[in-house]
Design a protein. Structure first.
Length: 449
């Protein structure tokens, strides 16, 4: 590695270069999961695609490691860039809607709330992250478990074209007809093949949806009943079950406050009559308490929250939810009632499951459920102390897992490529990595080699 020359780098970019001598550096170096405490060599706040090109070329010439930061929300700390050059593309956040084709051009640094705002006037949406502060770039290149997962699939499946700055600083356009192998790899390759400065998505009907939470008393048998109902319902019904003692609603009856409950988040895009009938049927299950479901603008489902905190997480795909798995998932919640701990089950199936695993790098289509556990801690030190327990928790749950999702990785799951991809997909990814990034420059994310 050669010596870093701040003046040289600043001279070749339009944006600002921040180092530890700059007062803004302290804020810019942080990522949303404050378990990580990165100290980058420098942060380049890119104003345009040309800045990305010049920064990559500079880093390659000077033999400096770099990483890419879109919004920095990754729970696994992908964009931390400790002792590296951080290429911050959060200013590349433009959103342009072509209502005649339903194609939406989105900058790689945008977040989903900005995209949702732009789409609302056209009664359109793009299945996307659960919170508005989630960045488009990382989310769309991993999987993208949005509120329309059963109707329109994963976010990465809505991509129609990308502009990519590769490891040499060259700009490539990838689609089904241009660099189709690169296009295949980017859709699930988690940033291993370049910096995506621009996405073109195909939007789908959005606008007003029937959505919100239904609350139930906690009952393991009810979990199986509700998930089975959603799995076999029409594609229009999308649902996620959360198990928590802090359901974030003021309507919770006094006798259930602080107790473990099931919160079923639904999003239905179909006829009002069909949607209301599904809600009516869901209210019939034993243990139903009340609901906050209504016809709302899609944008209301993910307010502009910037997810942050001292967080530990793990996830896995599975096809069944046997009694022993439900017991293990919620044992701590049942015992302690910890309001900082949330377990979720996202119900898949529908259109999601009808797409071939070979269609793109992302490959977990045969699974019925995605299980996610997350816990917020009072401090980074407390979270790091608990990390060994979470590693043990993952080892206990591994026997139920068919795979894991890139967008919800825990710190202890980062080196498990064989569980993120099907064997044929991983083999192809490794071959394409040698073609597009043989020096493994893009290793600030999962290192596919």
């Amino acid at each position: 590695m050669k010596t870093f020359d701040e003046e040289h780098l600043a001279a070749v970019v339009n944006g600002e270069v921040y180092t530890e001598t700059n007062k803004k550096y302290e804020n810019l170096r942080m990522v949303k999961n404050t378990v990580f405490d990165p100290h980058p060599l420098a942060i380049v706040k890119c104003l345009n695609e040309a800045d990305v090109v010049q920064t990559i070329r500079y880093c390659r010439e000077q033999e400096l490691a770099f990483t890419v930061k879109c919004t920095g929300h990754s729970a696994a700390g992908f964009s931390a860039g400790d002792e590296e050059i951080v290429i911050d593309i959060s200013s590349l956040d433009q959103v342009e809607v072509d209502a005649s084709t339903n194609l939406v051009t989105v900058g790689g640094g945008a977040n989903w709330f900005k995209v949702g705002e732009a789409l609302m006037p056209y009664d359109l949406a793009i299945t996307s992250g659960d919170m508005g502060g989630v960045g488009v770039g990382g989310n769309a290149q991993g999987s993208g478990m949005g509120f329309f997962i059963r109707k329109y699939g994963v976010t990465t499946g809505r991509i129609r074209k990308v502009r990519v700055v590769d490891a040499t600083g060259k700009i490539l356009v990838a689609s089904e007809t241009e660099h189709p192998d690169l296009f295949w790899a980017i859709r699930g390759g988690a940033g291993n093949f370049g910096v995506v400065t621009e996405f073109v998505f195909e939007a789908h009907p959005g606008g007003t949806v029937l959505a919100g939470n239904l609350f139930y008393q906690y009952d393991p048998q009810l979990i199986q009943q509700l998930t089975d109902y959603i799995l076999h319902a029409p594609d229009e019904l999308n649902g996620t079950l959360s198990f928590t003692t802090a359901p974030f609603t003021s309507q919770m009856p006094e006798q259930y406050k602080g107790q473990l409950v099931i919160a079923l988040m639904v999003c239905i895009k179909g006829t009002p009559a069909a949607g209301n009938q599904m809600i009516k049927e869901l209210k019939k299950y034993s243990g139903f308490l009340f609901d906050e479901v209504d016809f709302v603008p899609y944008i209301k489902l993910f307010p502009p929250i910037d997810p942050s905190g001292n967080t530990l997480m793990l996830n896995f795909y599975t096809n069944e939810l046997p009694d022993e798995l439900i017991s293990e998932l919620n044992q701590e919640l049942v015992t302690t009632g910890d309001p900082q701990l949330v377990t979720q089950v996202k119900v898949l199936g529908g259109y999601f499951g009808r797409v071939s695993n070979e269609a793109m790098a992302y490959s977990q289509r045969e699974n019925n459920y995605l299980v996610i556990m997350r816990k917020a801690f009072g401090s980074a030190e407390e979270a790091l102390l608990a990390n060994e327990d979470w590693k043990d928790k993952w080892e206990q749950l591994r026997k139920y897992a068919n795979g894991i999702d890139i967008n919800f990785l825990g710190i202890g799951q980062l080196n498990e490529l064989e569980m993120m991809y099907k064997p044929a997909n991983l083999k192809k990814l490794k071959e394409l990595k040698q073609q597009y990034d043989p020096a493994n420059c893009f290793n600030g994310v999962l290192s596919i080699q």
